[in-house]
Design a binder for this molecule. Sequence first.
Ligand code: C2E
Ligand code: CA
Ligand code: CA
Ligand code: CA
Length: 279
Amino acid sequence: VKRDSRNGFRFFTREMQAHSVRTLTLANALRTAQERGQLSLMYQPQLCLHTDQVIGAEALLRWHHPQLGMVPPAEFIPIAESTGLIVDIGHWVMCEAAAQASRWRRDGLPPLSIAVNLSAVQFRNPRLSDRVAQVLDEAGLPAEALELELTEATTMEDPQKAVLIIDQLSARGVAMSIDDFGTGHSSLSYLKRFRVGRLKIDRSFVRDITEDAEDKAIVAAIIQLANNLGMTTIAEGVETAGQLDFLREQGCDAAQGYFFSRPLSASDFERYLSATLMR
Ligand code: C2E
Ligand code: CA
Ligand code: CA
Ligand code: CA
């Protein structure tokens, strides 16, 4: 038990200590992860539900540490955010994904859109839109081939400012989507003012969509809302044919999930794409 001057006693358990030691270890190792070649990107296919074609991929960051093994993004992204390392790491992700998308275009693959997750910390950076423009320029990638995924929580931190940043990015032609939609507390009046092309329906609503009446209602409402606001929808975490049927019935435009494919290395993604083109 540790003495806390304001709150009396605070419990400091062995578990918490182990947790903070790991956090410190990870934070320290993360500093050099990129230069040591421990970071890589996986690409998860996104399919159009009207044409059944692959229309894009979400780039997902992986960290393989020689001693610690694979560290899940859910564990290291928050550390990267709290240490500020996410600014450089996120920039690397954007460069890497843009370069890959550009190579795919040059190799004659069908034009794909590449989605990159943007942290709230990156989103707040006043030079974001210049940086994005520079990344696209260096990769030789048209702006509309890049999609930035902002979580609903990120946009709602300061929605007025978010409107301006989104406008700047969309003026440059970059596509944007609101990720994990339905989990935050979006004010619908702001949603209308965000110039984003699509809403990404969170996995937590898709999971029980075949049984849970409330989840069905929520997903149907999100799709309708998006339609009414002139946005498209993509569902994440689609794992079964039953989930897909419901989403199609409701008019969802696109989907992503293990039912189609897990996140793939760039070369596996190319193989996946050629297999779908032969169907
Ligand atoms: P997210 O953006 O919601 O990404 C979707 C997550 O769901 C990914 O987990 C993906 O592998 C997983 N997933 C995809 N399909 C299915 C499915 O059918 N079933 C299940 N159970 N899971 C599925 P992942 O790759 O572990 O990433 C976790 C989170 O870490 C991401 O959630 C995102 O918030 C964050 N993240 C990943 N890469 C980056 C990055 O480059 N930058 C930032 N800022 N965040 C990232
Ligand atoms: Ca995402
Ligand atoms: Ca998501
Ligand atoms: Ca999610």
